[in-house]
Design a protein around this ligand. Structure first.
Ligand code: ARG
Length: 457
């Protein structure tokens, strides 16, 4: 097949090279963006008198027909035509004749592919932001349902202090908020028009980039044509945002895996969102959560792949950059499916709040409260810490817990301990009194929920 660029060639491309250099197998998914960009480009060329108006109209009509053919699965993509840009252009020329040959005026595939990618990423980023919002809403509902349920809070995966389950889950709402903000910030730089940079240096023809930007909904026009075709920061920003977001999803997934063990026994995930074992009939496995955790690594890999791809490239466009797409698509698809499946799974998680609060009572989780009780009585914190440590050691050796110590036992550790100590040893009192801003007290958690209700309204 004759290539659109074959004028200066006398021999044909090796088949091996065609197979090696093609990108149509994966960039065909950019057909919508490619056609949307070409339609506006053609209109601009007509408006500016660079091509006759009637040619521009014929191009637009032809492209619209091609779009419906692709949409209906009636389009034949050809590897010999390398990529989505040349596949569509060749089909256009075949369809409308010589006018089709005018579409690629004042444009190159270098700015065209950047345009397609930015249009694609704009959609993916907006999608991620709205999925995150849904996820936050779902999480908030669960928080409201279990507002006062107490669970053991952990550091080092060791029981630390009692907290509200709703407080713990709100930590994820907070993370997802940062994710949303990060994506929104990246969107600002994704949403810039590169078209009109042409190969790298701009064009001698009187194009109107502002018109194209406006018609395609771009916030502004790229300021330097060389940067416009060299730049893949927007891909990398998306990949970084996706990596962070998946890291958060993965931590939540990990907690679900841990909490659903018989050892923790804090949640049960519904049958619909778990799978069985082919050999052990008793098993119910949290595979969905595990796969979210597992797929996260792949996306980090995609980020590193594109960072490495870009680091040694001289300006401006280099063919290496074609390799950004498989990584980007894999990451975007993974992010999308992980967000969707996590949101769907959340309502299917049953929280075993009885078990959680029983566990919170064990393990001396109110030891810090005892130390702070002593601080209120004027004991310096370091001494209070030491005294409380001794109380805990006593409990361990005598098989007791803090709440089951009688007053005589407690008094023997410090003259400052009196009967009014007991509320401090009770997990639910402990939680209620952590009223510092952002703390775990129900009053504080209610405030956090109200704040997010407003943000998510
Ligand atoms: N398929 C190419 C890519 O994805 C499009 C740009 C090709 N430009 C070129 N000068 N060969 O990067």
């Amino acid at each position: 097949m004759k290539k659109p660029w074959a004028g200066r060639f006398t021999d044909t491309t090796s088949e091996l090279v065609e197979a090696f250099t093609e990108s149509i197998s994966y960039d065909r998914r950019l057909w919508r963006q490619d056609i949307a960009g070409s339609i506006v480009h053609a209109r601009m060329l007509g408006r500016q008198g660079i091509i006759p108006k009637k040619d521009a109209e014929a191009i637009v009509k032809g492209l619209e027909e091609i779009a419906s053919e692709i949409g209906a699965g009636r389009f034949r993509f050809s590897t010999a035509l390398e990529d989505i840009h040349m596949n569509i252009e060749a089909a256009l020329i075949k369809k409308i004749g010589p006018a089709g040959k005018k579409l690629h005026t004042a444009r190159s595939r270098n700015d065209q592919v950047a345009l397609d990618l930015r249009l694609y990423l704009r959609e993916e980023t907006e999608g991620a932001i709205s999925s995150l919002r849904n996820l936050q809403r779902t999480m908030l509902k669960i928080c409201e349902r279990h507002l006062e349920a107490i669970m053991p809070g952990y550091t080092h995966t060791q029981r630390a202090q009692p907290v509200l389950l709703s407080h713990h889950l709100l930590a994820y709402v907070e993370m997802f908020q940062r994710d949303r903000e990060r994506f929104a910030d990246a969107l600002d730089r994704i949403n810039v028009l590169p078209l009109g940079a042409c190969a790298l240096a701009g064009t001698t023809l009187p194009i109107d980039r502002a018109y194209v930007a406006k018609a395609l909904g771009f916030r502004r026009v790229s300021g330097n044509s060389i940067d416009a075709v060299s730049d893949r920061d927007y891909v990398l920003e998306f990949l970084s945002c996706a990596s962070l977001c998946l890291m958060h999803l993965s931590r939540l997934a990990e907690e679900f895996v841990l909490w659903s063990t018989e050892e923790f026994g804090m949640i049960e995930i519904s049958d619909r969102f778990t799978t069985g074992s082919s050999i052990m009939p008793q098993k119910k496995n949290p595979d969905v959560a595990e796969l979210i955790r597992g797929k996260t690594g792949k996306v980090y890999g995609n980020l590193i792949a594109v960072l490495t791809l870009m680091k040694g490239l001289p300006l401006s466009y280099n063919r290496d950059m074609q390799e950004d797409k498989p990584s980007l698509f894999e990451a975007a698809d993974t992010l999308k499916s992980c967000l969707a499946v996590m949101e769907a799974m959340l309502p299917e998680v049953r929280f075993n709040t009885g078990r959680m609060s029983a566990t919170a009572e064990k393990g001396y989780s109110t030891a810090t409260d005892l130390a702070e009780y002593l601080v209120r009585k004027g004991v310096p914190f370091r001494e209070a810490h030491e005294i409380t440590g001794k109380v805990v050691l006593y409990c361990i050796t005598h098989g007791k817990n803090l709440l089951s110590l009688d007053l005589k036992e407690l008094e023997s550790f410090s003259p400052f301990i009196a009967k009014d100590v007991y509320p401090f040893l009770d997990p639910s009192q402990s939680v209620k009194s952590r009223r510092s801003y952002g703390g775990t007290a129900p009053s504080e958690v209610r405030r956090q929920i109200r704040q997010y209700r407003k943000i998510l309204a």
